[in-house]
Ligand binder design. Structure first.
Ligand code: HOZ
Length: 427
């Protein structure tokens, strides 16, 4: 029997799975065309159901920082799996993971493992509310923190991609506790705290946004946010599910030299398996059950196999020169793409932070959600398809960041830049 093709699989999938996918952005709806069904991956490459190879800049949306199917991570997973898949009881590996995270993440005095980034942010919000006894939270337009009810208000990622930034099914009574502000807008932040500071339980922020494409906040903005939270007894939550161990070895906290009260983690911490974590100040974390009154739980939390994958990934990224190399590769990519666009006379910009990057069909990198909306999305879609046809897999949406792994080589990056030269000339 011949191998099923992407199109056949997509038709079959749509008969049994909503939209044919288990997470919306991968359906390719905003860029059009047929999603690639991935059959295997190794290093910097993924292969689709037709056997076509792509240089991968999605990297499972961030976690695959050491490359796909790294032999040491695979071996760690196999070893853990052979010892048992799940116990619903504590294991030594979880303790090692908690100690590792405490050692590396600023301000992390206590940490709990969960199974996804969504669980981490949802739990952190509940905890902040329980700790402060307040209901209101602040989030920023275009930031996406997973799909918990209070956070699906003017959110990024798939909600932005499909033009529906506030999900149906979220009771108005929940949404009214979520205050949405413009990213990077100090005046709006100050005015909100001046008016409602005493009601705000938490501010949650993607400290480098990656779900409305990559948007970098200014140092002054992050500093002022920290000051206002401290002055108002508001819990500052850095959602580092994407940026943790990605923008640098100490995440965005390290980048800005600012310590949040709570941090959420995911993606890299699971090395490609489902893991999330939230943690921070001990006085806040001690409010979680069984120590305190805020309930949070999970049968598969601290999954021994997933934690084994995460631990091995954390060991690999700790090796000397890891971040220098990944940062140099990512810079080479964005500078090469920008030069290729310039030569072709295409309005384009690009930037990177650590191993994470953004490409924009606008003359300057965006500072806010409004700037992102001003970019030429039709042109992005044509670029995306030209690159895909040439064997280079970028995120299938103008509202997502891209990711480079340590398995990418300079030759891979240069091949992508060469393909982009042809793509820019054609679009
Ligand atoms: N929300 C993810 C990107 N920020 C996409 C998840 C997926 O489609 O796999």
């Amino acid at each position: 029997m011949s191998q099923p093709h992407n199109e056949e699989l997509f038709s079959r999938a749509q008969r049994s799975i909503p939209g044919g996918v288990n997470s919306p952005v991968r359906a390719f709806r905003s860029v059009g065309g047929t999603p690639r069904f991935i059959s295997r991956a190794q290093g910097a490459r993924v292969w689709d159901a037709d056997g076509v190879a792509y240089v991968d800049y999605v990297g499972s949306w961030g976690p695959m920082i050491v490359g796909h199917a790294h032999p040491r991570v695979v071996e760690a997973v196999q070893r853990a799996a052979a010892e048992g898949l799940s116990f619903g009881a504590p294991t030594e590996r979880e303790v090692v993971m908690a100690e590792e995270l405490k050692r590396r993440v600023p301000g992390l005095e206590s940490v709990r493992l969960v199974s996804s980034g969504t669980e981490a942010t949802m739990s952190a919000i509940r905890l902040a509310r329980g700790f402060t006894g307040r209901d209101a939270i602040v989030k920023f337009e275009g930031c996406y923190h997973g799909h918990a009810d209070s956070l699906l208000v003017k959110a990024g990622s798939g909600l932005l991609t499909f033009g529906n930034p506030s999900s149906a099914g979220v009771p108005a009574d929940f949404a009214r506790h979520t205050i949405v502000l413009d990213y990077n807008n100090v005046e709006a932040l100050e005015a909100t705290f001046a008016e409602r500071g005493a009601e705000i339980a938490a501010v949650i922020i993607e400290p480098v946004a990656g779900n409305m494409n990559l948007v970098r906040p200014t140092q002054a903005y992050m500093q002022r946010l920290r000051e206002l939270c401290t002055a108002n007894g508001t819990v500052l939550i850095y959602d580092e599910v994407m940026t943790g161990f990605r923008v640098g070895p100490r995440g965005a906290q390290g980048l800005f030299g600012i310590t949040a009260d709570l941090v959420t983690l995911g993606k890299i911490v699971g090395g490609g398996m489902p893991v999330g974590a939230f943690g921070g100040r001990r006085d806040i974390m001690d409010c979680i059950a069984p120590l305190g009154p805020v309930y949070q739980a999970g049968t598969l939390s601290g999954s021994p196999v997933a934690v084994a994958a995460g631990l091995e990934t954390l060991r690999l990224i700790n090796e000397p020169g890891f971040y220098e190399r990944i940062e140099a590769l990512t810079t080479r990519l964005v500078e090469g793409l920008a030069a290729a666009a310039r030569d072709a006379g295409v309005t384009f910009s690009a930037q990177s932070v650590g191993g994470m990057f953004g490409v924009y069909f606008s003359s300057l990198p965006p500072q806010s959600f409004a700037d992102v909306m001003g970019s030429d999305r039709e042109r992005f879609n044509r670029f995306f398809h030209a690159m895909l046809d040439a064997g280079h897999y970028f995120a299938p949406s103008a509202f997502e960041a891209g990711f480079v792994s340590a398995a990418h080589t300079e030759e891979d990056i240069d091949a992508t830049i060469a393909a982009a030269r042809r793509a820019f000339a054609a679009i």
